[in-house]
Design a protein around this ligand. Structure first.
Ligand code: FES
Length: 580
């Protein structure tokens, strides 16, 4: 019987995709093949589905220090499934190796990722990310590029041991630094602990932003089930990498594009998980940015409503006591999702082609463990994050209530104002700083445009004169962000920010400030008439720059509630808001 001719694909595939423009497509393909054959490829290899792999290995990024092993495993998976792996470099961003702050470069990495996916021939892409900004940047870029995409997390670092105490970056970094500032430990001990905080390559071992985004990526359906938690240096992580490569080939063959996965239901699941894990406050900003790429807005009031019915179940630092490797041993995300099941949108599709509900079923019945609490016996009764409004933050601010001090959640105090990060650094530890434990520290000009890049400077240190009295927490307010590894009664993301004339710009020393987490209020107890007068007396000019990326950033970056993405990178049309 004569063989039926195969139906030609409607879109070009493999090497025929995204041909360079020479005015003759056949010549473009001929030339492309000639060059790749120079690297020793055969026609058989070049006929396979092409799987791009975003390689974010960098000597400047130890959180991605297992990249070579991951790459080998992903490529093995791609080839076992009949694809052709092609890795390509993109920007890689590490938290403590980027000036002025990693957030300043997240959008650049998203643009790099998107344009490399668009420019090069690939039927699906594996995105390898881990350190805080890399996973959101990759998801933003891939969401805009629109092809089948799957995220591979580099995995968390191992924990270390300091004088028999288990330690890990970076909640313990901050805790020990606080002890050092308060003269509780000496130079030798702070040097010793510095050797132990990061015991291997991989991402921070607590529920900081990297772990938060890993869990969010899995909740969104963007990773292989179980892909969030295996530590970086384990066999489990390498198996996930191999499976990821293989799954990318299946996604290419079935045209499982990212828009089918990043739906409103998927984002709602991610918000639910963010609350239940006591996740980093940065998770909201990144989710808003990723959602914006597919035309969805995160409704902060809706997030707060979800928070009131979503308890914190995960007992990880900084809200709890365990580390990521413990979460993995406790079954990882499957254990958490099983508990959260009644609150999830189970029909949301994942990269496997199955729904989240189906994946929870496939993960089996679970087992006894201590890291994920039952939903009727949580570690904190409400979601980790509360959204605050008031005349100080008309478009919202947030507080990580699960990491705040219970005695300070209802508080009124006198403002002690720092005009910017330099002012803070110059005065916070001076003996003549007029401050007491009931005051409210205000830091201005660390928002998206103010610093610029909304640095993680919202974790304002306890003034030294209070620290040596043993004061561990004090109410702090800023328009900046805070590392997910930090803790304290800290109000962040005050919107609009002070650098564009938000009310925060007009707070003065001695003003009274009221924080009520119970009524979700953050208020400056100054009359509207006085505030208007102050604004007229001290008008604020929004910052700009003469040229380059800084100009692009300052002229187009959005506020925290819109994800601090560039306004022109969001989807052209808004489809709705989440939760619906
Ligand atoms: Fe990379 Fe913490 S510094 S994850």
């Amino acid at each position: 019987m004569p063989k039926k001719p195969a139906t030609p694909p409607s879109d070009p595939a493999g090497l025929k995709k995204n041909l360079t423009s020479y005015g003759d497509n056949e010549f473009s393909l001929f030339l492309r093949k000639a060059f790749i054959k120079g690297a020793g490829y055969t026609d058989t290899a070049l006929d396979r589905p092409v799987i791009g792999i975003a390689n974010t290995g960098s000597a400047y990024n130890p959180c991605h220090g297992n990249m070579a092993q991951l790459m080998e495993a992903v490529k093995r998976g791609v080839m076992l499934a009949g694809g052709l792996p092609m890795d390509f470099p993109t920007i890689s961003i590490h938290e403590s190796f980027t000036f002025p702050t990693s957030m300043y470069l997240r959008n650049l990495m998203a643009m790099d990722t998107e344009e490399m996916i668009r420019a090069q021939p690939m039927d699906a892409v594996v995105l390898i990310g881990g350190c805080d900004k890399t996973v959101p940047a990759q998801l933003m870029g891939a969401a805009s590029a629109g092809i089948p995409a799957i995220e591979l997390i580099t995995g968390s670092m191992l924990t270390g041991s300091h004088r028999s105490e288990r330690v890990g970056a970076c909640t313990d970094c901050r805790r020990y630094w606080g002890k050092y500032r308060a003269d509780e430990i000496d130079d030798q001990e702070i040097s010793d602990v510095n050797q132990q905080l990061v015991a291997s390559v991989g991402t921070c071992s607590v529920m900081g932003t990297a772990s938060t985004m890993a869990c969010i990526a899995e909740a969104l359906g963007m990773t292989i089930p179980g892909g969030a938690t295996p530590p970086a240096v384990t066999a489990d992580r390498m198996r996930i990498a191999e499976l990821t490569g293989a799954q990318a080939v299946q996604m290419a063959k079935t045209h499982l594009t990212i828009d089918k996965i990043l739906t409103a239901d998927a984002f709602e699941n991610a918000m639910r998980v963010l609350l239940a894990i006591g996740g980093s406050t940065n998770g909201i900003v990144h989710l808003a940015a990723i959602a914006g790429r597919v035309g969805l807005d995160i409704d902060l009031k809706g997030l707060d409503r979800m928070g009131r019915e979503t308890p914190v179940l995960l007992d990880l630092k900084p809200s709890g006591q365990h580390y990521m490797e413990d979460f993995h041993k406790a079954g990882g995300m499957a254990t958490l999702l099983r508990q959260l099941k009644p609150l999830l949108k189970l029909n949301a599709l994942t990269v496997t082609g199955r729904t989240l509900g189906e994946e929870i079923e496939r993960a089996g019945p679970g087992f006894e463990q201590e890291v994920v609490k039952p939903i009727d016996s949580p570690i904190y009764p409400q979601g980790g994050i509360a959204v605050l409004y008031g005349n100080l933050a008309p478009a919202g601010a947030i507080i990580k209530q699960s990491a705040a001090h219970p005695d300070l959640m209802e508080h009124e105090g006198r403002a002690v104002v720092f005009e910017n990060a330099a002012d803070l650094a110059a005065r916070i530890d001076t003996d003549d700083l007029d401050v007491n434990k009931d005051d409210v520290l205000i830091l201005k000009n660390i928002g998206p445009k103010g610093a610029p890049g909304m640095p993680e400077a919202g974790y304002i240190p306890i003034p030294r004169k209070l620290a040596i009295q043993g004061i561990k927490d004090i109410v702090r307010i800023s328009d900046g962000r805070m590392s997910g590894t930090a803790f304290g009664t800290i109000v962040l993301h005050v919107t609009p920010e002070s650098a564009i004339g938000g009310p925060l710009a007009h707070v003065r020393n001695g003003d009274r400030i009221r924080l009520s987490v119970k009524s979700r209020e953050i208020s400056l107890l100054v009359s509207n008439a006085d505030l208007k007068k102050r604004a007229l007396e001290n008008p604020v000019a929004s910052p700009t720059a003469e040229r380059g990326y800084q100009k692009l950033f300052l002229d187009t970056v959005t506020q925290a509630d819109k994800g601090v993405d560039f306004d022109f990178m969001r989807a052209a049309r808004t489809k709705g808001s989440i939760p619906r």
